[in-house]
Ligand binder design. Structure first.
Ligand SMILES: NC(=O)c1ccc[n+]([C@@H]2O[C@H](COP(=O)([O-])OP(=O)(O)OC[C@H]3O[C@@H](n4cnc5c(N)ncnc54)[C@H](O)[C@@H]3O)[C@@H](O)[C@H]2O)c1
Ligand SMILES: O=C(O)CC[C@@H](O)C(=O)O
Length: 387
């Protein structure tokens, strides 16, 4: 068996890449990779080579990856849930303070001062940069996943009154949420009462432009909006109008563009949410370990398109992994091919997730190529690997 080939896109932390070890050829110039590891680079226009088995997003959002197209080809897509959550939480707290205290304007003004009486000028001019404290104010957190829970809990500790909205909250995240966070059953109520609103949701067809004209019309005058999630969650034209009308007083976005960059009240941050050495290492290590476990053992952990599936380290003659559609009679057809060959199945698991499923089979004997081909030809089978 030759070395596994991994293509890197974007700068991936060396601490993570070093974990691949000697059986891997890793680089940005690999043409026919077995796996891809990336951050924000878009793969929407990329044609995938036939031997590409997996893609790992060293980060949370996977809107830069054509997940549905990957699923149809049996390519397993991973992300690294929670690995950069603390970095984003800290920036969210900073963003609330930046939106309140005119820190950036104040610094720019202080740097522009000239003369030998600067302390005097500072005391005279500082009043123009006064801004409210966040303590005692109402914060609405939309999306209570890895990041939203941390932001909500931090805000409680900063003595804010926190409202959380997430109709799909997981049990684990609900356990992690401070009891002081109030449940908002309805976005309109959150819009009406909150002084600060922060978004921590993925960009999907459902969430695109979640904050638009209708949402702004419901909001409390002077609300401050924090968007460290994805630019397209907010309708740019509508927030520019809302800023002009004074409904929104400040908009901190980690996704500046040419429409927003010079609008008064917009605080553009150059996608720094996860830009800490700690989170870059965490995400890369987690992504690499998941790719390795998948390529070497066929195990799936933290995939966004295939079910979690784990048979431990492969110590048998062959491990067969089959990515397939979640349709009836699949297991029967796979085992029929193996039993016709007289192969003893040492262990087998099958898991499904929505329209897709994954089967792992441990075999104590060699599987002949003809039978691998027959399994590949079963209707609904997307990919077969023999490890
Ligand atoms: N700026 C950055 O550098 C940076 C870094 C990490 C993540 N992000 C963005 O933040 C997003 C959230 O990250 P995370 O790690 O917390 O993800 P997560 O998957 O842990 O949490 C997302 C939460 O959003 C909830 N949700 C989904 N649709 C919703 C809806 N319509 N209304 C309310 N809640 C909804 C889900 O139930 C889930 O609890 C990512 O998808 C990514 O786009 C940005
Ligand atoms: O890699 C980054 O710098 C950003 C990652 C972030 O947008 C994410 O979704 O995890």
């Amino acid at each position: 068996m030759g070395k596994y080939k991994i293509k890197t896109l974007n700068g991936i932390s060396k601490t993570g890449l070093d974990k691949f070890g000697q059986n891997y050829e890793v680089g940005s110039d690999i043409d026919t990779p077995d796996g891809i590891i990336l951050r924000s680079a878009s793969l929407h226009e990329t044609e995938f080579p036939g031997n590409l088995h997996c893609i790992a997003r060293a980060g949370a959002g996977v809107n830069n990856i054509p997940v549905e197209r990957c699923s149809e080809k049996g390519i397993v897509v991973f992300n690294t849930p929670g690995a950069n959550a603390n970095a984003v939480k800290e920036l969210a707290v900073a963003a609330m303070l930046l939106s309140s205290r005119k820190i950036v304007e104040g610094i720019n003004w202080a740097r522009s001062l000239k003369g030998d009486d600067l302390p005097k000028q500072v005391e005279k001019g500082k009043a123009q940069f006064a801004g409210p404290e966040i303590s005692g104010k109402r914060l609405g957190v939309i999306g209570l996943g890895a990041i939203g829970v941390m932001v909500a809990n931090a805000a409680v500790n900063l003595e804010m009154e926190v409202y959380g909205y997430d109709p799909y909250i997981s049990v684990d995240h609900a356990w992690g949420l401070s009891r002081a966070v109030k449940k908002a059953n309805d976005l309109r109520k959150l819009f009406k009462h909150c002084d600060y609103i922060t978004l921590h949701i993925p960009l999907t067809d459902e969430t695109k432009h979640m904050l638009g004209k209708e949402a702004f019309a419901e909001m409390k005058e002077g609300v401050r909006i924090i968007n460290l999630s994805r630019g397209e969650l907010v309708n740019d034209e509508d927030i520019i109008d809302a800023l002009g009308a004074g409904i929104v007083s400040e908009y901190v976005t980690d996704f500046p563009n040419e429409k927003l960059i010079n609008v008064p009240g917009v605080i553009p941050v150059p996608h720094l949410g996860a830009s800490t050495p700690e989170s870059e290492d965490n995400c890369a290590v987690m992504a690499v370990m998941q790719l390795k476990d998948f390529l070497e053992n066929g195990n799936i952990r933290n995939s966004v398109n295939f079910p979690a599936c784990d048979m431990g380290v492969s110590i048998v003659k062959h491990r067969l992994t089959i990515a397939h559609k979640n349709i009836p009679k699949m297991l029967g057809q796979i085992s029929a091919v193996l039993s016709e060959q007289g192969t003893n199945i040492a262990n087998m698991i099958n898991r499904s997730r929505g329209d897709y499923a994954y089967t792992m089979v441990d075999l104590e004997e060699e599987i002949i190529d003809e039978n691998v081909k027959r399994i590949r030809n079963i209707t609904g089978v997307l990919r077969v690997r023999v490890i």
